[in-house]
Design a binder for this molecule. Structure first.
Ligand code: NAP
Length: 320
């Protein structure tokens, strides 16, 4: 059986980080191979309009933006392949990526697998997600809820931050938490609980999102943690902020991840892993900014580093 050809650069993921890395490595004539997972285009394809990506003063549809990036990457010679990586072998050169019974080999690898927002799983959430009132990103969608009442679900820093951000637009923000105190840092918790537009809804477990029949969110049904009594908060927007799950499981035996599952880059770098020629970019490593533009920036940086690494090792020393 013939051995698979060795790729210059394999990029795993088709979100902003992965496709930006593809544009840069493609334009550097490296003929990148991009591996597509289960959500081609990444998280942005699930939002409606993106108003804060630089260069689009009228805003741009999330799906359209990702399609544009894909076309731009294709124009510079990027190849796409459907493959869900299940494990890797980074112990020798070239690096090996395993997708089921297929092995892909590469000199350099850019991992841009993103993160999936953790969801509550209550009835109505899936049906009304993305443009129908349920969202996971206040920075992306907050401006659509001007002068409306909205709810944020969660009790950590993300929930507090989302609630505070939403006070710029919404007439009132309900911060719904299943306990009687926030787990957020004290400064964020103090800011949220003392804000005149934020009403805390303690000891409340989300049980359903109402409005499926109408095709738009009309309220959040909650159950009191102690009494079990149910009630409905009438809101038009629901922001789920109960954490993210970075898509790093397939790599966690080979690369360092933190307690939350995020990749831990080498000290002094945002993208360099402990394995030479292997980089991480976007939401699988960044749990602070998590923006399309910051992911794109990391993808660009990873591409430039991969290009430099290849230039330095092109003599074929086989160094690992
Ligand atoms: P987090 O700290 O894990 O908090 C998740 C919150 O969601 C918890 O309060 C949890 O409740 C609640 N929750 C989980 N599952 C739930 C469910 N099914 N239904 C209802 N509530 C549920 O996540 P995070 O807030 O995204 O923060 C992640 C990390 O990023 C943290 O280290 C945080 O400090 C950091 N971060 C920092 C900043 C900042 O510094 N500006 C901003 C955002 C995030 P329980 O409390 O009951 O577990």
């Amino acid at each position: 059986m013939s051995s698979p050809s060795v790729e210059n650069v394999v990029i795993i993921g088709t979100g902003c980080a992965g496709l930006t890395a593809a544009i840069y490595t493609g334009r550097a004539n490296l003929s990148p191979l991009v591996l597509e997972g289960s959500l081609p285009g990444g998280q942005l394809t699930t939002t409606s309009e993106v108003e804060n990506f630089p260069g689009f003063p009228e805003g741009i549809d999330g799906f359209q933006l990702m399609d544009n990036l894909r076309k731009q990457a294709t124009k510079f010679g990027t190849r796409f392949e459907q493959a869900l990586i299940t494990s890797v072998d980074f112990t020798s050169m070239p690096r090996k990526l395993i997708a089921g019974n297929k092995t892909i080999v590469a000199k350099t690898v850019i991992i841009a697998t993103g993160a999936s927002p953790r969801m509550t799983g209550v009835p109505g959430e899936k049906e009304l997600y993305g443009g129908k009132g349920v969202t996971t990103c206040a920075t992306c969608d907050g401006a659509f809820y001007r002068k409306m009442e909205v709810a944020v679900i969660g009790g950590g820093d993300s929930a507090a931050e989302e609630a505070l951000f939403l006070t710029r637009f919404a007439s009132k923000v309900y911060l719904v938490h299943r306990r009687d105190s926030l787990r957020a840092s004290k400064i964020m918790a103090d800011r949220a609980t003392s804000h005149p537009k934020i009403q805390m809804v303690w000891n409340s477990i989300p049980v359903a999102i109402e409005g499926v029949a109408e095709g738009a969110v009309s309220g959040l049904r909650i159950k009191h943690a102690q009494t079990g009594a149910e009630s409905v908060i009438p809101v038009k927007g629901i922001f789920v902020a109960i954490g993210h799950i970075p898509n790093t499981q397939a790599f966690s035996a080979a690369l360092e991840v933190d307690d939350g599952g995020y990749f831990v880059p080498q000290a002094g770098s945002q993208i360099q892993t402990k394995i030479p020629g292997v980089y991480v970019a976007g939401d699988c490593v960044d749990h602070v900014y998590r923006q399309a533009i910051t992911a794109a920036g990391m993808g660009c940086a990873a591409a430039i580093e991969a290009e430099r690494w290849l230039a330095e090792h092109e003599a074929g020393s086989g160094e690992t």
